[in-house]
Ligand binder design. Structure first.
Ligand SMILES: NC(=O)c1ccc[n+]([C@@H]2O[C@H](COP(=O)([O-])OP(=O)(O)OC[C@H]3O[C@@H](n4cnc5c(N)ncnc54)[C@H](OP(=O)(O)O)[C@@H]3O)[C@@H](O)[C@H]2O)c1
Length: 257
């Protein structure tokens, strides 16, 4: 029972992996999942064989409710309790809204909203008496127009709302619920989403981000692990923008001087 246990969804690459690495470095066992990238999952398992903590990788599509439950059932059977739930994985059909079909909406909301709802309900059961922490990863499509992000942006906005409601409802159980909203992330999904334009858009983001660079996810993981620490007990239902200042900037037609 002294061993801490975390679930990090989509933890074999990108931001999820950066979060998972920090947990493992702290000696926290992690259960993660992937949907289709078996090759990366196999390589990842080899790499994490002999680390400070155990990592379990499950094949589970978060768009399917029984597969979300499969992750929590695994934790219940193996450990009987849970300390941290990080809702990181996301996927959508990147299309203009006029091309969106109802099944795109259903799938995006199933992964971002229904899976989070089930995850929080299962966490409430498994985190009792453990001062548990839940952190959702949102996105800057909630507050900024991003081309072809209409449905994901709507789902992430709903996610930030759920975070506030769960924070209030789970606070009496001593479970904190918060979110982190990153800016541009230099990860696999960004490369796929941007295709040939990736390098030029990355450079543009490096130029306009006040900190003068972008992140691959380490700084997001820093905020997540802080929110999972006892020092964050008083933070309830907040969405923290961790974006190097990007959300304060408007591309300008005129120089300042
Ligand atoms: N990329 C950005 O610029 C950016 C900006 C702000 C916020 N975010 C948010 O940050 C989070 C992480 O993004 P990232 O760019 O680090 O992602 P990433 O590198 O593309 O990794 C996403 C992970 O989630 C898994 N996944 C996707 N759909 C899944 C599903 N239906 N069921 C189970 N697993 C699934 C993927 O597995 P498979 O590869 O096997 O499918 C992959 O392991 C997401 O919530 C994203 O919305 C991203």
């Amino acid at each position: 029972m002294t061993k801490k246990v975390a679930i990090v969804t989509g933890g074999i690459k990108g931001t999820g992996r950066a979060i998972l690495e920090q947990f493992v470095d702290q000696g926290i066992d992690v259960v993660t999942n992937f949907r289709k990238d078996q090759a990366t999952a196999d390589a990842f398992l080899k790499e994490f064989e002999n680390k400070k903590a155990k990592v379990h990788v499950l094949h589970a599509d978060l768009g399917e409710q029984d597969q979300v439950n499969k992750i929590f059932d695994f934790v219940k059977e193996k450990y009987g309790y849970l300390d941290y739930f990080i809702a990181n994985a996301a996927a959508t059909a990147f299309k203009p809204l006029l091309d969106i079909k109802p099944h795109h909406v259903e799938k995006t909301f199933a992964i971002t909203i229904t899976a989070f709802l089930i995850g929080c309900q299962r966490s409430a059961e498994l985190m009792r008496g453990r001062n548990g922490k839940i952190v959702a990863i949102s996105g800057y499509d909630t507050h900024t127009y991003l081309p072809r992000h209409g449905v994901l942006g709507a789902a992430k906005s709903a996610l930030e709302t759920l975070v506030k409601y769960f924070a209030v409802e789970l606070a009496p159980l001593k479970i904190n619920v918060n979110a982190v909203n990153p800016g541009f992330l230099a990860t696999t999904s960004t490369k796929i989403y941007m295709g040939d334009l990736y390098e030029s858009i990355k450079q543009a983001n490096e130029q306009i981000t006040p900190r003068g660079r972008v992140t691959e996810g380490k700084e997001i993981a820093d905020v997540v692990t802080f929110l999972c620490s006892d020092k964050a007990d008083w933070i309830c239902g907040q969405t923290i923008r961790a974006d190097g200042g990007l959300s304060h900037i408007q591309p300008m037609a005129m120089p300042e001087k």
